[in-house]
Ligand binder design. Structure first.
Ligand code: 2M8
Length: 427
């Protein structure tokens, strides 16, 4: 299993970073690279450092880490939206987009400080010799500062996302309501490249894509400015914010290693955790919900994003216990209906066992939940989830995602973060 996972991950390496999947996603993706580095550190700590360094080298002057760093050697038609859609080096100039590297203009969940800390720990001598953390530090701090400074649209200390691609769970049912007010781009105005590599039934719909395109084009046409322009989609996502809190804790650990002040980062992690509980916890649903900032209301759909705060060590005990009950109860079925936690409510109005983030189980989120379970003393459940992740990843050819009932592969196979989390669990 280790050998097969290593083959996948090393096969997807392009010389300076790793593609999520050579055909479907032939560039570098932000949160993929963080999970990839966490796995790659067990094969080559130096490559794992370079994976993160390549991503951070494309950071914008305003601190944002773009969700895609484009490989100029890949033909434009291989992935949509391509660099000629995002036009970062021109449209993003005011926000400080790099001049020589093309990127997207939106972001993804901030898992990078956590990844940097774990990569460091896999070979501290090498890391110190290469000055890895010392060099990554300003970029990681600026990244978190960007989210705090520019994305607190709700004014409550949580970072908001401006596009369904930003939380990484593209077509989650939680976005249906806030997306309703977005006028989709006309069907003929763009050409999807994903359908050439994936089954239509496993992917978002054309209507979803029309809205993704309209939102991204609006952001681009306003210079990727956060303030001073109207955003149709503004959502506080619990998973995104839990990962930010987790990464603030990692920054505190990195500060300790570098002889810097860890206290501000610890207190930010505490404040984020408190804001999550205060603003997004829903006692009745038994998990965290997303908030539509434009209307101020909580979105009632249950998604795995609402379980991710379990990864936070300082989550209040009763909240952690309720999350475990929800995860193992009828809505997510862990250990009964499902071996892995599905991406959304098995009983929800929108559940679809095949369609992307509307039901299938994903390996990166299950890796986070396994850590969360272990952290909160649920060793038996964590062990079982770990075994299920390994069996399902191996049995599906390291699939991008799987049917949560049958474990059947969906989306691409030979998927990088699936191989990466396997390597980490086997270590
Ligand atoms: C998926 O998203 C991209 C857009 O960013 C796409 O569908 O084209 C998501 O699963 C996202 O979470 C992931 O980072 C990306 C690459 O694996 O693919």
């Amino acid at each position: 299993m280790r050998r097969r996972a290593a083959e996948v991950l090393l096969g997807n390496w392009t010389g300076a970073s790793t593609v999520p999947s050579p055909a479907l996603y032939p560039h570098q993706w932000s949160w993929d690279s963080a999970f990839i580095a966490i796995g790659l550190r067990h094969l080559s700590p130096e490559r794992a450092q370079r994976e993160l360094e390549t991503l951070l080298a494309a950071q914008w002057d305003d601190g944002r880490v773009p969700h895609i760093v484009f490989n100029p050697a890949v033909p434009l038609g291989a992935y949509f939206p391509s660099p000629d859609f995002w036009r970062s080096s021109t449209a993003g100039r005011a926000a400080g987009a790099p001049a020589a590297t093309e990127t997207s203009g939106i972001v993804q969940p901030p898992v990078h400080a956590l990844a940097a800390w774990l990569v460091h720990r896999s070979d501290p001598d090498l890391s110190r010799r290469r000055g890895f953390l010392e060099r990554a530090w300003p970029a990681l701090v600026a990244w978190h500062d960007y989210l705090r400074r520019c994305r607190d649209f709700g004014g409550d200390g949580l970072a908001a996302v401006l596009h369904p691609w930003e939380p990484g769970m593209d077509n989650s049912p939680c976005w249906d309501e806030p997306l309703d007010r977005v006028e989709p781009a006309p069907a003929g105005s763009f050409r999807r490249a994903d359908l050439g590599h994936g089954d239509r039934a496993d992917r978002p719909t054309d209507l979803d894509y029309g809205r993704y395109v309209a939102l991204a084009a609006h952001y681009r046409d306003h210079g990727y400015r956060d303030a001073g322009t109207e955003h149709a989609f503004v959502v506080e996502d619990p998973g995104f914010n839990a990962l930010l809190a987790l990464s603030e804790n990692a920054l505190a650990a990195i500060a300790g290693e570098l002889g810097r002040d860890a206290a501000p980062h610890r207190s930010r992690a505490r404040r984020l955790t408190a804001a999550l509980v205060e603003r997004l916890w829903d006692e009745e649903a038994g998990l965290f919900l997303c908030r539509d900032v434009r209307t101020g209301t909580l979105v009632r759909d249950r998604s795995v994003t609402g379980l991710l705060p379990l990864a936070l060590p300082s989550l209040p005990g009763p909240v952690a216990q309720a999350l475990v009950r929800t995860m193992t109860g009828p809505h997510f079925g862990l250990g009964t209906a499902c071996g892995l936690v599905p991406s959304c409510d098995l009983r929800g109005r929108a559940f679809d066992a095949s369609r992307y983030w509307r039901g299938p189980a994903w390996f990166n989120v299950n890796w986070l939940l396994e850590r969360g379970l272990r952290q909160h003393g649920e060793t038996g459940l964590a062990d079982a989830l770990e075994q299920a992740v390994l069996a399902s990843a191996g049995g599906s050819g390291f699939a991008e995602y799987v049917d949560p009932h049958t474990g059947q592969a969906r989306g691409a196979t030979g998927f990088s973060w699936t191989a990466a989390v396997v390597l980490d669990l086997l270590a």
